[in-house]
Design a protein around this ligand. Structure first.
Ligand code: HEC
Length: 423
């Protein structure tokens, strides 16, 4: 069983870090390799009913049982659609599981998104991953128009060609890698983070071979990778680090965040080649000096802010989703000022995946079912939003393509999505 909900993240054991001056040095060995919290299953007592024993046995293969009462609740039809993305339950067994779930866990009040109408048209297309319950965590666009995803629970990287709907999966050799984030480089290689097994991998799609780059001791749970214009691969690590791999020398260098208990999460490179990241364990952002590796941190005004994902507008302003507070926010690196806007579905909306296309910010509200895709015009400061057809099931990351589309990973509904934007 895995645990990467917020609680799981927060209960992760801390590691010792070096100080600011130790940028690009590797921290001392303090943690065993599988250094992430495995929470015990919360004591969940499901209501009596015919399929109860089956559910208690079969539904814990990939996650805890408390996912069921904690979910937003669904109609029979929506439970059927959701479960079919995780496990194939034929005939009567399927009917009995679905009607049991619908009866005992109906849709909870307050779980619909607030949809804001507006002038822009979008077309959202979705494709299901061949392996059920694979948890597409992050998506990445490919130069050839296809969409990559990291199937975290299935230990594979996937790809779909939106033109034909053809899918392909690349199983990873290292067992239980927990592939989390991924990015395609200029040569068509796909760099991914092996979140559970402390390595960054380079998948060569023509052969399916993977080159592994293990984390040095003291660095764990590599999170989100990104490639800069020089081809350098940068990545955040949940142990409080930002790393980089020079593809020419294959050398990996690590920078430690100055603050103890930091959790660098989403990362983007600005127009000066400087990586910026958000810190999900604090009200902090960070930037990395690409030459020295020195990390500078910036405190956000609200102590409860937990920025989860980041996007940059062409002026290098930093936009982030403040997940627990329900805000979209802009940090101005020039002035150090922050401005924020309450997301249309309110404080509990859990804004998460975010991307920019020019001066338009796009992000997803992940608490409501369905999740809502939100558009924010940074010039007029106005919102518009749309429900995601599959429900979205927590869109943890999204990216813009070079031709002005968006790719999304819809984790709990085992899909990836392409958003084409009209006028
Ligand atoms: C093959 C793996 C797998 C199996 C088996 C599985 N699930 Fe899931 N389930 C997932 C994944 C992946 C997610 C998304 C988890 C996440 O993002 O944290 C998920 C999420 C959920 C959610 C939350 C959905 C939401 O919209 O919030 C519920 C409820 C759920 N599963 C119920 C079940 C039930 C009931 C069964 C058994 C009939 C089951 N699962 C079996 C993989 C699986």
């Amino acid at each position: 069983m895995r645990s990467e909900n917020i609680r799981g993240d927060e209960t992760m054991p801390k590691q010792t870090r070096t100080s600011l001056t130790a940028a690009f040095l590797v921290t001392a060995a303090v943690m065993p390799t599988t250094a992430f919290a495995q929470e015990a299953d919360a004591a969940v007592e499901l209501p009596d009913g015919e399929p109860k024993a089956f559910i208690e046995g079969a539904c814990v293969a990939c996650h805890r049982l408390d996912y069921i009462p904690n979910a937003r609740g669904y109609s029979e039809e929506d439970w059927r659609a959701l479960i079919s993305t995780m496990i194939a339950l034929p005939g009567e067994l399927g009917d009995s599981v679905v009607s049991y779930l619908a009866e005992n866990f109906p849709k909870k009040p307050g779980t619909d998104p607030v949809i804001v109408p507006g002038p822009v048209d979008v077309t959202i297309s979705e494709w299901i991953a061949p392996t059920l319950g694979s948890r597409p965590h992050d998506p990445a666009p490919s130069a050839d128009g296809s969409i990559w995803w990291a199937g975290q629970f299935a230990n594979r990287i996937g790809r779909v060609d939106p033109a034909t709907g053809e899918t392909q999966e690349f199983p990873l050799e290292i067992a239980d890698s927990g592939p989390h984030g991924l990015i395609e480089d200029g040569e068509g290689n796909v760099w991914f983070t092996g979140n559970y097994q402390r390595y960054v991998g380079k998948l060569i799609p023509e052969t399916g071979d993977v080159v592994d780059y293990p984390m040095p001791e003291g660095v764990s749970r590599p999170h989100t990778p990104i490639v800069d214009d020089e081809g350098t691969v940068w990545f955040t690590a949940m142990s409080g680090h930002v790393g980089r791999i020079d593809p020419a020398t294959e050398e990996m260098k690590i920078s430690a965040a100055p603050t103890d208990g930091a959790f660098p999460y989403g990362i983007k490179i600005n127009s000066e080649g400087e990586p910026w990241y958000v810190d999900f364990w604090g009200n902090r952002l960070g930037s990395v000096d690409p030459q020295s590796g020195m990390i500078t941190e910036y405190e956000l005004p609200d102590a409860d802010s937990r920025p989860r994902r980041i996007a940059l507008t062409p002026d290098d302003a930093v936009w982030y989703t403040d997940f627990p507070r329900g805000y979209l926010a802009r940090f101005d690196p020039e002035t150090g000022e922050t401005k924020e806007w309450l997301s249309p579905s309110g404080e509990t909306s859990q804004p998460y995946g975010i991307a920019t296309i020019g001066n338009i910010v796009w992000y997803v509200e992940t608490y409501p079912r369905p999740n809502a895709l939100v558009r924010f015009d940074t010039e007029t400061e106005t919102f518009q939003s749309w429900p995601i057809p599959s429900g979205g099931g927590v869109v943890r990351h999204m990216m813009a393509t070079d031709d002005g589309k968006l790719v999304l990973a819809c984790s709990a509904v085992n899909r990836v999505a392409l958003v084409e934007i009209g006028n």
